[in-house]
Design a protein around this ligand. Sequence first.
Ligand code: ADP
Ligand code: MG
Length: 131
Amino acid sequence: MIKPDAVSAGHTGAIIKIIEEAGFGIHAMRKLQLSRKRAGDFYAVHSERPFYQDLCQYMSSGPIVAMVLTKDNAVEDFRTLIGATDPAQAAPGTIRQLFAKSIEANAIHGSDSPENAEIESNFFFSGMDRY
Ligand code: ADP
Ligand code: MG
């Protein structure tokens, strides 16, 4: 998911270019704005963290671009491509190092396991959209 800060800054195309050049296929793609409730559902795992309310506010503040990507070892390789959560710690050339504004507004989300990739794909896309 390309997050609201990167979409509003006009980085959607540049980020998709990096993703494709890294060998990922785009299986499904959709631009939409999350309600605060739906942002809260997406990040429910973080509901006890101190930054949760801010995160829900930020994630519903503007459009996002959701994608289902394909590649061998996609989850791990995509986490490497996006870089550390805090852009100050993100490796050079990673999407977060290049585009993130802060630890919260960090440009992009990547699923952290194949199981969560399946859950998060289903969050944004129905079976009809995906095939
Ligand atoms: P990641 O997105 O790298 O998997 P987490 O799952 O830990 O990171 O956190 C989810 C999202 O919550 C982050 O991408 C970021 O937008 C936000 N976040 C994480 N940690 C903080 C923090 N300490 N302060 C503010 N926002 C945070
Ligand atoms: Mg995470």
